[in-house]
Design a protein around this ligand. Sequence first.
Ligand code: ZN
Length: 169
Amino acid sequence: MFLKLFSKKKRIPYGYIEYSKEDFESYFSISEDIARQVEKDYISLVNQSDNKFTEFVNKSGRDLHSISNELVKRYASNKSTAGQIALFYANVSSSIGNQSKRSNLGITQCKWLGSACSVKSKDNSISHQSLDGKSYDCQKGILTPDGYVLPSVALGCLCSCRVILPGLE
Ligand SMILES: [Zn+2]
C-alpha cells in the first residue's frame, strides 16, 4: 500500500502497446468520445483491473458476437466498428490468458509467427513479418520500437506464435 502511493505505476504492462486515444480514433474511425472510452477499457483490460467490463471480456473468450453486442450498447457505436473493437479486445484477453497458462506450465520461450501480418511498428521502422521465426520471452514479448510486444495484441495484428518446449530445440 505504502509502495503504491510513492511508486509511479506503469500504465501498460510489458508486451502490450501504449496506445493513445488518437490511435484508437484513427484506427477504428470513431469519435473522440468513444476513443476516450476505448482507451480506458483497454488500460483496464491490459492491467486486468477488477471491474465488470474486464471480467466480461475475459469470460467471453473468443465469443466476438457477445463482446460486439456489449460494445454496441456501451459505446453506442455501429455493429461493424464494435466488431473490430471486439476482435482487438478478444486478442488482448487471449494473450493475457496464454501468458498465465504458459507461466503455469513453465514455458518461457516462444517463436514469433508473423508471415501473414502486414502491421508495422508505429514509426514504420520494422514490420511484424520481419519478426517471423524470432524467439522471445513469452511473458515479456519481443523488443520493437513500440516497446516489448506480444503477437496478436497490436491493432490489426494477425501474428501468432509457437511455444518452444524446453530441451526440444
Ligand atoms: Zn502482427
